[in-house]
Design a protein around this ligand. Structure first.
Ligand SMILES: Nc1ncnc2c1ncn2[C@@H]1O[C@H](COP(=O)(O)OP(=O)(O)O)[C@@H](O)[C@H]1O
Ligand SMILES: [Mg+2]
Length: 345
């Protein structure tokens, strides 16, 4: 287990040269020692910029960065003692796997015997013990990224910063490496700051998620908190699916998650505490453990209902049904940022 470190960002703002609006706009954030913190948001929302601010590759126009209470705002990147992994593997092509991993240790003047021990240990950690003498081009993309991970943690940095490290991999490899990154985090006990635009990845891996939009963090919380209590339509749409209906006040919407909507025949009545709206079934998709039923409501709202596959569905596509949910499972959210919540990627 390594020593755990905290990261504190205070009122960080960054204008790129010539830009009219900041890429990061007055962002404050506390990352706890040993935490797995994820930056989630659409393309261009400022995730990479904030990660680069922590790493020291991008300087601040205003604000500060601290590690364990020490101000590092003006410290050069190599003096910050942070590990960094990007989407592109960026391994040295002419060096073997073990030479690549040994590189940061050699730079730090670590003894040969110590280097050998640490490289072996960390290659075992990423399950590449048998590949020590290969060159990067003799490895798959997933293996190369594991070498990059090994190289980034071998010198026991104060935190590991990962910018879409799985972005270049296909779905199956992604899932595998996701689990490996989760295991590395558990075994190392280090602070991880992880950037992704993939909500599933964020929900799977994170202790907490910071949701980015337009250079700001619009909500921060555990995956469960964000899913169950999104504070805006933007967050509700970015994390999971919902049926969105007009709210009681202007500027608010009512959302209900698919697992909270059940279906009844039109002739049925609701029980105490239940709410309902007629809807037409637009499609029924079998998704293994669940059936996902698409719904179209009068007035144009669309949504879905998730039915456990064990329960037989007595309705068909095109049928009119009653969508039913409990009052306690509907949430009013602000409509803010609707214009900005388009492109993910
Ligand atoms: N080197 C740069 N020079 C100028 N503008 C940049 C630069 N890097 C990013 N930006 C702009 O800053 C904003 C945030 O970008 P970025 O932090 O890369 O977002 P994300 O990682 O969420 O996709 C975007 O509008 C982007 O175009
Ligand atoms: Mg980015």
């Amino acid at each position: 287990m390594m020593k755990k470190h905290s990261i504190k960002i205070s009122n960080a703002t960054r204008y790129y040269p010539g830009a009219a609006k900041p890429a990061i706009d007055d962002v404050s954030l506390d990352i706890a020692p040993g935490e797995f913190m994820t930056f989630l948001g659409p393309s261009g929302s400022g995730k990479t910029t904030l990660l680069s601010i922590i790493a020291g590759f991008v300087t601040l126009s205003a604000g500060s960065v601290e590690i364990d209470g020490q101000d590092i705002t003006n410290l050069k990147p190599h003096k910050r003692d942070l590990g960094v992994v990007f989407q592109q593997y960026a391994l040295f092509p002419h060096m073997t796997v073990s030479q690549n991993v040994a590189y940061p240790l050699r730079q730090r003047g670590v003894s040969k015997a110590e280097i050998e021990k640490k490289v072996r240990h960390v290659l075992d950690l990423v399950q590449l013990g048998d590949f020590a003498h290969r060159l990067p081009r003799q490895l798959s993309g997933g293996q190369q990224q594991r070498v990059a991970l090994a190289r980034a943690v071998v010198y026991e940095p104060r935190a590991l910063l990962l910018d879409e490290p799985l972005g270049a991999l296909d779905k199956r490899l992604r899932d595998r490496l996701q689990l490996e990154i989760a295991r590395m985090h558990r075994e190392l006990g280090m602070t991880f700051v992880f950037v992704t635009h993939d909500q599933e990845e964020a929900l799977t891996l994170s202790d907490r998620i910071a949701v980015f939009n337009n250079g700001r963090i619009v909500q921060i919380g555990t995956p469960t908190e964000l899913y169950q209590r999104p504070n805006s339509l933007f967050v509700a749409r970015f994390l999971g699916e919902s049926t969105v209906m007009e709210g009681p006040n202007q500027g608010t919407s009512i959302i209900v998650r698919p697992e909270h909507i059940s279906l009844k025949g039109l002739a049925n009545n609701c029980s105490e505490g239940e709410l309902s709206k007629p809807a037409r079934i637009t499609d029924i998709a079998f998704a293994g453990a669940h059936l996902k039923v698409g719904l179209a409501f009068a007035g144009g709202a669309i949504g879905s209902s998730l039915i456990t596959a064990g329960n037989p569905l007595s309705f068909q596509r095109g049928e009119e049904v009653l969508a039913v949910w409990n009052r306690e499972n509907q949430h009013a959210v602000a409509n803010e940022n609707v214009a900005a919540d388009s492109a993910a990627g």
